[in-house]
Ligand binder design. Structure first.
Ligand SMILES: [Zn+2]
Length: 164
């Protein structure tokens, strides 16, 4: 129920079929189980074979674009129906190093694929809700995978040297 005084939700992406947090968590866990993804799947040692698995068992392809050809308005992009994820070389390098932020962006794009995002063709009279926002759903998917696999969301801070 939306209160009259409540500010309407501002969509960040396309309006898609709504998914609740429970449903997205469930899909995220099933994806991890089917593709046998674990915490180590996103470490520098294993990320290469994880991408290989996605290509061969998930029909998802990662296309790395050179930095100077990349248009900088987005960090990565995806064509969910074609299963194509495009990213600049710089993000790919960070992903290969197992950087949390890069993993999260990658999982966000995978979320668009696994949640089968395509804009709804009908127009609704009702104001949109975050559960219908493709960007909110993809973010939630990425966080759900990271939480399920116990991948820290933030890079562990380097210990500062202290002199007493
Ligand atoms: Zn997105």
């Amino acid at each position: 129920m939306i209160e009259a005084s409540e500010v309407p939700y501002r969509m960040r992406g396309h309006r898609v079929h709504p998914f609740t947090t429970d449903v997205i968590e469930n899909i995220a866990q099933r994806v991890c189980q089917i593709l046998k993804l674990g915490r180590r799947s996103f470490t520098p040692k294993q990320i290469g074979s994880t991408i290989h698995t996605l290509e061969h068992h998930g029909e998802i392809h990662v296309d790395v674009i050179s930095n100077d050809e990349w248009l900088d308005y987005t960090k990565a992009t995806v064509d969910p129906q074609a299963g194509m994820i495009y990213m600049p070389d710089k993000l790919h390098t960070e992903l290969m190093r197992g950087k949390s932020e890069a993993i999260r962006i990658f999982l966000h794009e995978l979320g668009h694929v696994f949640l089968c995002h395509k804009p709804l063709l009908h127009f609704s009279e009702n104001p949109p809700h975050e559960t219908e926002d493709s960007e909110w759903q993809a973010d939630y998917f990425a966080d759900a995978v990271m939480q399920y696999l116990h991948i820290p969301l933030k890079e562990e801070k380097q210990l500062e040297l202290r002199f007493f």
